[in-house]
Design a protein around this ligand. Structure first.
Ligand code: SF4
Ligand code: SF4
Length: 317
């Protein structure tokens, strides 16, 4: 079995075909470009002896693979019967088939202004143990997007950097990006995803009917509001930052819907409906936050979580 892959990005922009996963802080850095949402996915559990197939590639999971997955699951995922991922993500009309930061020349318009860390990790997957990243590459390499760009190649190549060699990440930059993305996901957990998991437990994670809304191999996308309400409680400054963010998002959603209406596509309609739901949730959340600010001013109380305040205002990454 081939478990060595090389990678060379020609910046063709093909894989920038949808908004990426982002941290909440990254969304706050680009409030007028990305519509934020929470994406919840189901992650398959791994068992020793289980066979994973990707095309003609195959791996039989051993104890070490499963232990490595458990370490990732313990720090980055959530267990409620099944295992789930909870991440912040950009949201847009799938019919556009492009990331809102993709410039017309195929380059990333925010490359130097806080490009999401998840884009630096491409084509690796931070939720897969390093020893099995070759399967991620095998899958990506055989997908239409990557076949067209020929950036993922089996084996060692003179014209591409060695990315994964015999089950280990060989490229130091890729290894560093992977580690930083995993650390960022851990930080997200401390800042808001654990709180959102608890807040959604009874309505979603403990309800088989609600969990059935998570599509196989896909994500359930919901409003970012539970995340905002969680971080807004950290301090009055966090609340102000959330209100500003909501104002930017409401304007962006409005612009996005207006553009969709001019395209007159049937498949845009459910997305427009979801965006209107996001806008309603934002308006209700803003009213709550404004009320909370008035009460706090009157009573003079203030919660303190300087770590969240620094995180949202971009002082720490
Ligand atoms: S598809 Fe491949 S070559 Fe094109 S931008 Fe993405 S990683 Fe780079
Ligand atoms: S943020 Fe930039 S690199 Fe990432 S998907 Fe969008 S255009 Fe591509």
């Amino acid at each position: 079995m081939v478990n060595t892959f090389s990678f060379s990005c020609s910046v063709c922009g093909r894989c920038c075909n949808s908004p990426p996963s982002m941290t909440l802080a990254e969304l706050f850095r680009h409030p007028d470009r990305f519509i934020g949402c929470i994406a919840i996915g189901r992650v398959a559990r791994w068992r020793p002896g289980q066979r994973l197939h990707v095309g003609r590639h195959e791996a039989v999971l051993d104890e070490a693979d499963c232990a490595a997955f458990e370490v990732l699951a313990d720090t980055l995922l959530y267990r409620a019967g099944d295992t789930f991922s909870i991440v912040a993500q950009g949201f847009d009309y799938p019919s556009l088939a492009r990331c809102p930061a993709l410039a017309d020349d195929g380059r990333c318009a925010i490359h130097l202004q806080g490009k999401p860390l998840t884009c630096e990790v491409v084509p690796l997957d931070p939720l897969v143990p390093d020893s099995l990243q070759h399967l991620v590459l095998a899958e990506r390499g055989s997908s239409a997007i990557y076949v067209g760009s020929a950036c993922v190649q089996e084996g060692k190549r003179d014209d591409a950097a060695l990315l994964v060699d015999e089950g280990r990440i060989a490229d130091p930059h890729a290894k560093d990006a992977l580690a930083r993305r995993r650390r960022a996901l851990e930080q997200e957990r401390a800042i808001w995803t654990q709180a959102v998991f608890e807040a959604l437990r009874s309505d979603l994670f403990d309800s088989p009917a609600a969990l059935a809304r998570i599509p196989a191999g896909g994500f359930l996308t919901i409003s970012l509001v539970p995340a905002l309400l969680s971080v807004a409680a950290a301090s009055s400054r966090c609340r102000e930052l959330c209100i500003d963010y909501i104002d930017s998002q409401l304007a962006l959603i409005e612009r996005s819907i207006v553009q969709a209406l001019t395209r007159r596509r049937l498949d845009d309609r459910p997305v427009t409906q979801q965006l209107r739901g996001f806008a309603n949730a934002y308006r209700h959340a803003k009213a709550r936050l404004v009320d909370a600010a008035a009460i706090e001013q009157h009573n003079g109380t203030q919660a303190l979580r300087p770590d969240i305040e620094a995180y949202l205002s971009g002082a720490v990454h």
